[in-house]
Write a protein that binds this ligand. Structure first.
Ligand SMILES: N[C@@H](CCC(=O)N[C@@H](CS)C(=O)NCC(=O)O)C(=O)O
Length: 234
């Protein structure tokens, strides 16, 4: 049976509490999905800050767990059959933790697949499009003279916001009760406002259902805590 210490990533970021779920991440929109979920479920976990500005997610020890070299990733020392398991890709981690704890995913098959559809929508559309918009607004692409890529991702982000806003008409959460669909999406919409300062560009104030949903989500104590985990270290 593998021990936690047999994972190279656990040697690079040593565990003070090897019995807890080990989270390797940064407080970015993809990273906070998992810290919010861990806070919501009440599972004991130990966060490790992976500094992506120093390319630490490309460290061979990190890549040995996630070949894509991107945060977040986890190791659950009490995985299936009691054996440690590594999981990567934030959507897969959310599903794993939801199934492990029986929380934030409906049991009824129809509602379960509806929830997964919205999680995949976040993973395949909201995350990549908002992320590219962020690149062209705030990071490496912000000084590019050619503004067409920025416009392309702004238009697509606005289209996705329209879909989400329509979905939230007359409902508090994306599918029934608060679920991994909300947890996956909240951090990304929040980042549009706080990190990318794209609220005006995308006309966010026109999406009143999203604004109310974001406010509801941000009011949750676990969301407040999760948004700050793992704390950035120097
Ligand atoms: N589809 C992946 C995307 C992960 C991702 O893009 N993470 C970003 C931070 S939000 C990252 O690690 N960036 C570092 C890099 O690109 O080198 C997931 O959801 O886990």
């Amino acid at each position: 049976m593998p021990e936690l210490s047999s994972f190279p990533i656990a040697r690079r970021w040593p565990a003070a509490h090897p019995d807890r779920v080990q989270l390797y991440a940064a407080p970015t929109p993809n990273g906070v999905k998992v810290s919010i979920m861990l806070e919501e479920t009440g599972l004991a976990y130990e966060p490790h800050f992976v500094d992506i500005s120093k390319n630490e997610s490309k460290d061979p020890a990190f890549v040995s767990l996630n070949p894509n070299g991107r945060i977040p990733a986890i190791i659950d020392p009490h995985g299936p059959g009691g054996t440690p398991i590594g999981v990567w890709e934030s959507g897969a981690i959310l599903v794993y933790l939801a199934e492990k704890t029986g929380q934030f995913i409906p049991i009824a098959p129809a509602a379960r697949y509806e929830t997964l559809s919205w999680v995949f929508f976040q993973m395949s559309a909201i995350g990549p499009m908002f992320g590219q918009l962020g690149f062209f607004l705030r990071w490496g692409g912000k000084d590019f003279e050619d503004k067409r890529p920025q416009q392309r991702f702004a238009d697509e982000s606005e289209r996705l916001l329209e879909i989400l806003d329509r979905r939230l008409d007359d409902r508090d959460w994306i599918v029934g009760e608060y679920s991994i669909a909300d947890i996956a999406t909240l951090g990304w919409v929040n980042a549009l406002v706080t990190t990318y300062n794209a609220g005006d560009l995308l006309g966010l104030s026109d999406f009143s259902n999203i604004e109310a949903w974001l406010e509801r989500g941000l009011a949750r104590p676990a969301v407040k805590r999760g948004l700050l985990v793992p704390a950035r270290t120097a």
